[in-house]
Design a binder for this molecule. Structure first.
Ligand code: NAD
Length: 366
């Protein structure tokens, strides 16, 4: 987390920050016996209960954990809204080492805290939380999604997320090149984890020229061989002469240092919060004539997956059909941004906020 961001939170104080970002409720959860320290942030529940995964991370400071959960939960509000989903935005973070601390009691204690919110917050997996962890939470609360298919859940959301990202990428290609074919396009994928790997599969099927990187070099070698793509170094990825850059690792990779290095026409990837500073870096891309497919819009496939599970009528085929619509929404937003001469990130947020305001008004009316 950038020092500047931490200072902002410190300077504004907790309620000042909540007011700036528009949060409804933040819950601090603590259990001495299991060592659980968690923060649940509920950003906005106008459209429905706040849904968002739980991230477990060894945050350097509590302030950093708070900043992360506030940013992530706000992103979930926009993601649900722009996808036409009747959910609000929320997120939880657990502070600590996922490798050593995640016992049954620890997870069930967290499940009890989620349950105490009576469905106002619904959880799911995120970084360092797996489907098997959700099973423990489910023992204490029914307000959990991302359960295995054997338990009636939607299973791994990554293939759907990757498909949505692929659709967003094609929409951006249509905007830039006049047609959405990715055949022969040079595409770099940063992070070949669950989503990145599925994305590479789609790109290879369409005969794109793909470059991959990851912090695990063995994985890069193995996948480069399996898919017949080119492995590159972690830093090299920013300097490649490519058509499309797909950030599929962690957030904030679009920043003061990296944007000047990019040689691509399009940025379209899965990672959340790709723009280190939403306004500044959204406009830096625009000034460089790089078309940016907003992350919270094109990575919404995973949310679509858990939403159907939450609604109790899960159907994999229908989820993919829903993710396909990301193409049209993305193209509309890119056109809107161009017409209004604003960054695509700003255009996407405006649209998301408009739906919340419109639906909120209807809910208030008699
Ligand atoms: N899984 C989903 O359905 C989903 C949905 C929405 C958004 N996302 C977001 O998409 C991103 C990828 O998700 P995932 O589920 O594939 O995660 P993952 O942990 O499976 O994969 C991330 C990969 O990125 C690599 N990585 C991390 N830092 C890197 C760096 N600096 N350079 C290169 N590689 C790096 C990791 O080694 C890992 O292989 C995350 O930001 C996640 O929040 C995922």
């Amino acid at each position: 987390m950038e020092i500047k961001e931490l200072e902002k939170v410190q300077h504004a104080g907790i309620f000042g920050t909540l007011s700036q970002l528009g949060h409804e409720q933040v819950v601090f959860c603590h259990d001495e016996v299991t060592g659980l320290k968690s923060i649940i942030a509920i950003h906005n529940t106008v459209l429905g209960p706040a849904l968002g995964g739980t991230r477990m991370w060894n945050y350097a400071t509590e302030q950093e954990a708070l900043t992360d959960v506030l940013r992530l939960s706000r992103g979930m509000t926009f993601k649900a809204s722009i996808s036409g989903i009747n959910l609000g935005g929320g997120k939880a973070v657990i502070i600590g080492d996922a490798k050593t601390m995640k016992t049954e009691a620890f997870l069930r204690r967290f499940g009890k805290f989620v349950n105490s919110l009576n469905g106002k917050y619904i959880t799911a997996e995120d970084v360092n939380m797996k489907t098997s962890d959700m099973e423990y939470l489910f023992m204490e609360t029914k307000h959990v999604t991302g359960l295995p298919e054997s338990m009636g859940g939607g299973g791994d959301p990554s293939p759907v997320t990757a498909y949505g990202v692929y659709m967003g990428m094609k929409a951006a290609a249509k905007k830039v090149y006049g047609n959405d074919s990715l055949t022969g396009k040079r595409v770099s994928v940063q992070g070949v984890g669950q989503v990145g790997m599925h994305l590479v599969e789609y790109l290879v099927k369409e005969n794109a020229d793909v470059f991959i990187t990851d912090i695990f070099e063995d994985k890069v070698k193995e996948l480069a061989q399996r898919f017949n793509v080119t492995g590159v170094g972690q830093q090299e990825i920013y300097d490649l002469d490519v058509d499309i850059y797909a950030p599929c690792a962690l957030g904030a990779t679009l920043n003061d240092n990296t944007i000047p290095r990019l040689k691509c026409n399009i940025v379209a990837g899965a990672a959340n919060n790709q723009l280190k500073e939403e306004t500044k870096h959204g406009y830096m891309l625009l000034d460089k004539s790089v078309v940016y497919a907003p992350d919270f819009l094109i990575n919404a496939g995973g949310l679509m997956n858990v939403y159907q599970e939450y609604m109790g009528n899960y159907n994999r085929k229908r989820v993919f059909e829903q993710a396909e619509k990301i193409y049209t929404t993305c193209l509309n937003i890119l056109n809107l941004a161009e017409a209004d001469k604003i960054s695509s990130q700003e255009a996407a947020i405006r649209l998301a906020e408009k739906r919340i305001a419109d639906v909120g008004r209807i809910r208030m009316s008699r």
